[in-house]
Design a protein around this ligand. Structure first.
Ligand code: ATP
Ligand code: MG
Length: 435
């Protein structure tokens, strides 16, 4: 195939072998945020460039070099959304969702950033994110952090750790900024080009650098926490008390800043050690100033976003560890002895699907010997083979063989068969559609 007909670099196809797992992960995440009273908002993928420049910040990686920006046919500058918060705030303002209300919103979908593609880093990637508006207490921060922890557990991830920090108010950060600049200037020789540029414009962003050559300068920088204003300090203290009371472990990472400018006070990240440099799977924080910055009434807010590619990669990893391999596409495979019972076999299959909507049942097609049909059943990954033969059908019975267990084939009537299959079908309830 000529390369001009291949997908773009950093734009992945999610193939049938992976889509069921994606759907399962998305479903579990969705259910968890719903369980905390969040409601879905669906946002456009394309917005005016100005929205992102004004919210994310002009001097950030995203706005400086990662956005897919182009002019439409009218010469208006548009950008494929690189993140979801800006659009969510825009929509909340535009539709008056913030008037006398404290909406809790979640969104999910593709985001676009022109980055160097590598493991865990794509140009089109997917996020699930959520935002809470109008509440400024640390209890909201704590609850969101607990919710994100539950989201990760809901998809089977236990091997992730929580890091938190406080960025304080913009005023407190300004004082800190000068001390940080002084420190960085002393080590100007080891700063890379980006850092040197940021030294004047946005020195806090230097702390977020992933360049290993700068690790030491960053580690020896003055701590942002020492510069906190009193109120932010109390806010952060209460947040930590609430996490302690909830039994939620965390580490305070004084160098944790976020790559976007709109954050204030609480920031947090869930990090895995299994994804190399792309270890952050979920990140969030307060952005009490953003709504006003975009023209609304001053409204505190907090939000997070999780990268679904990275979550799925970790789930695949965890499942491989559990020696289970990728999720099979079917639960049961129907082997049909000869062509005579096919009509009845198909009717039976339809009845089973009626009674067990979550059951994934595949019929053998294209004939074949008993042995070759069983081979296909095995390769399908199904847990059970159903064996339909003429004489047994006449007695109202169907053969059932556990392909992953030791037991012999058993002959069951239809009700007993449904009973057996119900276990696999309910376990898979949250894959294949539904909800
Ligand atoms: P990183 O430091 O890895 O570049 P970021 O700070 O730019 O991340 P955010 O803007 O906070 O990331 O986005 C939240 C989450 O979205 C990240 O923690 C990550 O899981 C995911 N994410 C961000 N950029 C990408 C990308 N290019 N490809 C895949 N996932 C991404
Ligand atoms: Mg980034």
């Amino acid at each position: 195939m000529s390369s001009s007909l291949q997908s773009l670099r950093g734009f992945a196809d999610i193939l049938p072998g992976a889509s069921a797992l994606w759907r399962d992960v998305e479903q579990r995440l969705r259910r968890t945020v719903s369980a905390y009273g969040y409601q879905e908002i669906r946002l456009p993928v394309l917005e005016r460039t100005e929205l992102f420049a004004r919210s994310i910040g002009e001097i950030t990686d995203i706005v400086e070099k990662e956005m897919y920006t182009f002019e439409d046919r009218n010469g208006e500058s548009l950008t494929l959304r690189p993140e979801g918060t800006a659009g969510c705030v825009r929509a909340a303002l535009q539709h008056g969702l913030l008037h006398g209300a404290q909406p809790r919103l979640w969104y999910m979908g593709p985001m676009f950033r022109y980055e160097r593609p590598q493991k865990g880093r794509f140009r089109q990637f997917h996020q699930i994110g959520a935002e809470v508006f109008g509440l400024d207490g640390p209890d909201v921060d704590a609850e969101m952090i607990l919710m994100t922890g539950r989201m990760l557990r809901a998809i089977g991830l236990t091997d992730v750790r929580l890091e938190i920090n406080s960025l304080g108010t913009p005023e407190a950060r300004r004082a800190y900024r000068e001390r940080l600049q002084a420190h960085l200037r002393k080590h100007e020789d080891v700063l890379d080009d980006d850092a040197r540029r940021r030294l004047e414009s946005n020195p806090l962003r230097v702390l977020d650098s992933k360049n290993p050559a700068m690790r030491e300068v960053i580690a020896s920088a003055p701590s942002l926490l020492d510069a906190l204003d009193e109120e932010s300090e109390a806010h952060f203290g209460r947040l930590r008390e609430l996490l302690d009371a909830a039994g939620q472990p965390y580490t305070v990472n004084e160098r944790l800043v976020r790559g976007l400018d709109y954050y204030s006070r609480t920031v947090f990240e869930w990090v895995s050690d299994r994804l190399g440099a792309q270890g952050t799977v979920l990140a969030g924080g307060r952005y009490d100033g953003l709504v006003a910055q975009l023209g609304g009434r001053a409204t505190p807010a907090i939000g997070f976003a999780a990268g679904i590619e990275r979550l799925v990669a970790l789930v695949v990893d965890a499942e491989a560890d559990a020696a289970e391999g990728a999720a099979p596409a079917v639960d049961a495979y129907m082997v049909i002895m000869g062509e005579a019972p096919r009509g009845e076999a198909m009717r039976l299959a339809e009845r089973l699907r009626d009674r067990l909507p979550a059951l994934r049942l595949q019929l053998n097609s294209g004939g074949g010997s008993f042995k070759s049909q069983f081979k296909r059943a095995d390769r399908s990954g199904a847990r059970y083979a159903l064996i339909v033969a003429e004489e047994e059908l006449a007695e109202g019975r169907v053969g059932l063989k556990d392909l992953r267990g030791e037991g012999d084939q058993v002959r069951l009537d239809e009700d007993a068969l449904v009973g057996q299959l119900a276990a696999v079908a309910t376990r898979r309830d949250d894959i294949n559609g539904g909800g």
